[in-house]
Design a protein around this ligand. Structure first.
Ligand code: AMP
Ligand code: DBH
Length: 541
């Protein structure tokens, strides 16, 4: 079967072109132009590596030639699992120029996730580092190779072992036609709420529009220094305005290997970082570290926080503790991104998750029957616009549920529209746990738990957590012997699941509460575990 990615209907595509949202740019040409106008400026700093725009441009060309020599061509999918190293940026632009599509995996993904991405996307290649954070990705690649015989190439940045060396691929640049602006440039991962993650196809046109607009809102220019502290492949540090938005404006990107203050603070001081992005738990850690120690963070003008709800109490402390403006960012890899504006009143910055970045973003807040709720009431957020997808990759049946018949994406978030036009995230309707910005689809974990011989049934829900906002709790009805929590976690790890998806807590029960129609009541389970945690929280205090 031919892969499908629902495009925008012609009338919308025409509108987005006529209004100048989509300007017919591609990533490959964007880098070429920056290299022409300011080739001598530093584009990328990563570890000891410093690349100018001219060098990045040339290395992308040489790597594209190397990929081409391996037989990787337009439309081919390549699962890319690289940490925050220069090779990430080079590989992205090399693939963009070829018209091959990176599928952005996260460094924490393991064989279960990676094998699924490779198979589902019918990837021809898988790109990994040798060792990162003490983990040997070549071992993971061996497991993936065993599960995915169609994978033609495993390419390693660093010591390749028995695989193909990324460094060895750089070759004499060749002429290639390159993709069209309306083509899909890459695939992002959805946080997911169903059994298996979905792939999000993003085009050059739509993504470049989103990062150009983001860069504008964040007032980026050639003097801006953006630090990627979150994993580069995630949509937030990649595009809001992130790595690509900074390169669009000709600024400098600094890739931090890890987001800890120990590593990030010295980099901020050394490179004069002006803007960076964090998830809420990291923002808390940074504030604590900044209060305790003296690092020169005076270059930092904007701290973006998003991915999960940032508490107003913490938000209120950012300016005094870190000496910069807080920007709340509420976005999704499917498209829509909301920002508080840099000159918004403090009240708005602290208490809202911002407003859509584009005047062409359409927002609806609706009830269970898709009817608009009253002014200021909480409802389901639906959205449509020039950079929000119209459907996931190869997921026709799911798309029929995840999008309305007129093309609005059902975000699964419960929001309220404040009188000033800003959104406040009030909760979530989708069956997902947001573990401090890391999204866990309950059904995916339940399916893995059900494979354990001593699990009769499983229901995974969120439980409140002061630090991460939420953690995961797995309710288990045992079969025969009662499995221990550690045993279940080991079982899931053994099955190749990313560590952030392992249940933080396991509760044994003999039955699940039910809703009126006889479904498992996750609401009741959430209440059960929250009530159980409460006395402990009180005695801890
Ligand atoms: P993903 O599907 O992984 O791209 O994650 C997008 C989801 O993260 C959104 O639909 C929200 O549920 C959540 N999210 C992102 N940013 C925020 C934020 N600032 N506040 C609350 N939730 C957020
Ligand atoms: O959580 C997200 O996916 C997210 C958060 C902030 C995002 O995709 C984004 C900004 O672009």
């Amino acid at each position: 079967m031919m892969p499908t990615w629902p495009a925008w209907p012609k009338a919308f595509a025409d509108l987005y072109r006529e209004t100048g949202c989509w300007r017919g740019e591609t990533f490959g040409n964007m880098l070429r132009e920056r290299a022409k106008t300011h080739g001598g400026s530093i584009a990328v700093v990563a570890g000891e590596t410093r690349l100018t725009y001219a060098e990045l441009d040339e290395r992308a060309d040489r790597l594209a030639a190397g990929f081409h020599a391996l037989g990787i061509g337009p439309g081919d999918r390549v699962v890319l699992q690289l940490p925050n190293i220069a090779a990430f940026v080079e590989a992205c632009f090399a693939l963009f120029r070829l018209g091959a599509l990176p599928v952005f995996a996260l460094p924490t993904h393991r064989s279960s996730e990676i094998a699924y991405f490779c198979e589902f996307a019918e990837a021809v290649a898988y790109l990994v580092p040798d060792v990162h954070d003490g983990f040997d990705y070549r071992g993971l690649a061996r497991q993936v190779q065993g599960k995915c015989p169609m994978l033609r190439h495993i390419i390693v940045a660093g010591d390749p072992g028995e695989f193909t060396s990324l460094e060895g691929l750089y070759a004499e640049p060749i002429n290639m036609p390159g993709p069209s602006p309306a083509d899909v440039a890459f695939m992002q991962l959805s946080g997911g709420s169903t059994g298996l993650p979905k792939l999000i196809p993003r085009t050059h046109d739509d993504y470049i529009y989103s990062l150009r607009t983001s860069a504008d809102i964040c007032r980026l220019d050639r003097s801006s220094v953006y630090m990627a502290a979150l994993p580069a492949a995630h949509n937030f540090p990649l595009s809001s305005p992130g790595i690509l938005g900074t390169l669009y404006t000709g600024g400098k990107i600094v890739l931090a290997p890890r987001p800890s203050p120990d590593e990030a603070f010295p980099l901020i001081a050394r490179e004069g970082v002006t803007i960076t992005a964090l998830v809420p738990p990291l923002a808390l850690i940074w504030m604590e570290a900044a209060e305790a120690r003296r690092h020169d963070l005076s270059s930092l003008r904007v701290l973006q926080v998003g991915g999960a709800k940032f508490s107003p109490e913490a938000a209120a402390r950012v300016r005094s503790v870190l000496g910069c403006t807080l920007q709340q960012v509420y976005g999704m890899a499917e498209g829509l991104v909301n920002y508080t504006r840099l000159d918004d009143p403090e009240e708005v910055i602290i208490h809202t998750q911002g407003r859509p970045m584009s005047p062409y973003d359409e927002i609806r807040v609706v009830d269970e029957e898709d009817r608009e709720v009253g002014e200021g009431e909480t409802g389901h957020l639906l959205t449509r616009g020039p950079y929000t997808i119209r459907g996931y990759y190869n997921a026709e049946a799911h798309n029929a549920k995840a999008f309305t018949s007129d093309g609005f994406y059902r975000t699964g978030d419960l929001v309220r529209l404040a009188p000033n036009g800003c959104l406040v995230v009030e909760g979530r309707a989708k069956d997902q746990i947001n573990r401090g910005g890391e999204k866990v689809a309950a059904e995916e974990i339940e399916n893995h738990l059900l494979a354990h011989p001593n699990v009769h049934d499983a229901a995974v829900v969120s439980m409140p957590d002061e630090f991460l906002g939420e953690r995961t709790c797995a309710f288990i009805i045992p079969r025969g012997r009662t499995p221990a929590a550690g045993e279940l976690r080991a079982f899931l790890r053994e099955r190749g699941l990313a560590a952030y998806k392992l249940p933080d807590r396991v509760e044994i029960t003999d039955r699940f509460p039910q809703t009126a129609v006889g479904k498992v009541s996750k609401k009741a389970l959430r209440e059960t575990i929250a009530a159980k945690l409460q006395p402990r929280a009180a005695s801890d205090a």
